[in-house]
Design a protein. Structure first.
Length: 189
């Protein structure tokens, strides 16, 4: 049973020890070997079949579904900030509209480190998981709302000025992994 990072096995070990059950006794009760129980508890998620994991969970009184749900929530996900004012979102002029290339990060954090706004992991329109780009690959919705108000200067001049300021602000080292869908200079698309 492939379930991820070994969190489940560690939780099983903790519960088994709390109950004073040895690996040998647990293995006998679920009809497997002690070495397979040991391997599972040490992070080898494939050491036991789903049926054996479920039997072990029942024996130990572990809520397997709750553990699996928590593990999924704790996994880092690809996210972006949808705030057009965020220095991580690079503006580009497209006709008389400014579109933004979001800064994508793989993180389990909930808020942007650059502007403090919430990060999103799915399209606001269709709820598909986000992928790097200007817009959702499924429904085409922009991740960051395009800007049409840049009074006093052309869209190209506004985008170049803000992009330069954003690049300087976003150049500070960030602990999260940065992912850019563009390949460098010029306008995306």
């Amino acid at each position: 049973m492939e379930i991820g990072t070994g969190l489940i096995g560690r939780r099983f070990r903790q519960k088994r020890r709390e109950l004073g059950i040895t690996q040998n006794i647990a293995a006998q009760r679920v009809r497997t070997s002690q070495s397979q129980v040991s391997a599972f508890e040490n992070g080898n998620d494939k050491a036991l079949s789903r049926t054996k994991v479920e039997a072990l969970a029942k024996l130990l009184g572990v809520d397997l579904e709750e553990l699996l749900s928590r593990q999924i929530q704790d996994r880092p996900a690809l996210k972006c900030c949808t705030n057009p004012e965020c220095p991580g979102n690079m503006p580009f002029a497209r006709a008389s509209v400014i579109v933004f290339q979001p800064r994508f990060v793989k993180t389990n954090e909930s808020h942007c480190r650059l502007c403090g706004e919430p990060l999103v992991a799915e399209c606001a329109n269709c709820h598909a998981a986000i992928q790097p780009g200007l817009h959702c690959g499924l429904c085409g919705a922009e991740f960051v709302e395009p800007k049409t108000d840049f009074t006093g200067e052309s869209s190209e001049a506004w985008a170049a000025r803000v992009r330069s300021a954003n690049q300087a602000a976003a150049s500070f080292p960030q602990p999260a992994v940065l992912l850019r869908s563009d390949t460098g200079g010029g306008s995306p698309d």
